[in-house]
Design a protein around this ligand. Sequence first.
Ligand SMILES: [Zn+2]
Length: 71
Amino acid sequence: MRKEPCPRCGQSGLQDALLKNLENLRVVLCQECEALRVGESTEDFYSYVQFEEFMESKHAEADWKQVEFLD
Ligand SMILES: [Zn+2]
């Protein structure tokens, strides 16, 4: 779990994760509100999208079983 609060919901749900159905793409994902950020690109609020929207934009299934959470 990451130390900084989620910029979208303000809770401490941010966690590093790999998206297994997108060739293990590294993302930061909030388990509270499903905000998702790709890599370490920026801390900016507006760089976050919803998990489902993101997967749709990649033509991949928004399946939590395909998310591998890291420590
Ligand atoms: Zn959140």
